[in-house]
Design a protein around this ligand. Sequence first.
Ligand SMILES: Nc1ncnc2c1ncn2[C@@H]1O[C@H](COP(=O)(O)OP(=O)(O)OP(=O)(O)O)[C@@H](O)[C@H]1O
Ligand code: SF4
Ligand SMILES: [Mg+2]
Length: 327
Amino acid sequence: MSRLLEVKNLSTEFTRPNGVVYAVNGVSFHVDQGESVGIVGESGSGKSVSVLSVLGLIANNGRVTNGEAIFNGQDLLHLNERQLRAIRGTEIGVIFQDPMTSLNPVKRIGWQIAESMVKHHLCNKREALSRAIDLLAEVGIPDAETRYRNYPFEFSGGMRQRVMIAIALACKPQLLIADEPTTALDMTVQMQVLALLRESARSRNMATLIITHDFGVATNLCSRLIVMYGSKIMEMATVEEFVRRPAHPYSIGLKSSIISIGNRHKKISAIPGNAPVFTTPPEGCPFASRCGFALERCYKEIPPLRTLFPGHEVACHRAEEVMSNVI
Ligand SMILES: Nc1ncnc2c1ncn2[C@@H]1O[C@H](COP(=O)(O)OP(=O)(O)OP(=O)(O)O)[C@@H](O)[C@H]1O
Ligand code: SF4
Ligand SMILES: [Mg+2]
């Protein structure tokens, strides 16, 4: 598989009145063409900021202080706003958590899907509207020929998220980035929207980068996972590897926090403690204060992300012992 996106050593900081927040700290990962990658981790771990940095969408008080994000051979971090806007919505489709705030309440659904195709000169207005109806039908909106005239408030939450998917697919992106695409939806609708995302990606051979705090959702939807904690990547491997031999104490905690009931995953427990917010650069392992395996060294030395097996990387001084303890 050829490389589509390669993020190297990305760091992002925010300035707050009470100091600097080190939100993303030396993060490196890649997405290959057609593959489905999940970024997992609890609230505040730096998942959203990692992808927002790549997309040029971080808040005004934020700054990318280091790194590269090579997409199709060009570094996104060196593009201007106009160039980035041309890539977002065409080569990279983006879906956020809350479709009500992402959709324009005073524009008809059909036009919101058609608009980007016209704006990016892919077709004329009439063709774009006809394609919007096809897309609405494809994402499972009944009576697409009439409902494309509706406004967002006339759609349910699940239908609005389907519309967001249609918008993201409209310009045939090579990569779809979805940040918590189903968190605002109830369980049944969540499953339907996830199935739709998976099927859309498969039928188009489109790569997906899905951000979620739900390990169960990630293992269902993705072939490879990136586990983040405290602004850093803790472990990165295929889903099979995570199931077979997770090597980071945090991943093991995430994995055991779900139980399988048929195809459904349910959160049963959280890992005790809170995720850190770094207002000074960390000196040791970010997970040390919550880790049952922590030694003195863990508080003093940052564990580098290292290869444990081909395609399986982990940032833990004691990964080998942790793994053999669990297997
Ligand atoms: N505009 C901002 N100003 C200051 N700090 C910010 C800003 N945006 C994000 N942060 C901080 O950056 C860190 C990482 O945030 P991020 O949004 O990436 O977390 P996340 O992993 O996506 O969490 P969640 O699951 O809650 O969405 C957090 O500590 C957050 O408070
Ligand atoms: S480096 Fe130490 S504290 Fe960090 S996860 Fe590994 S054992 Fe735990
Ligand atoms: Mg987030």
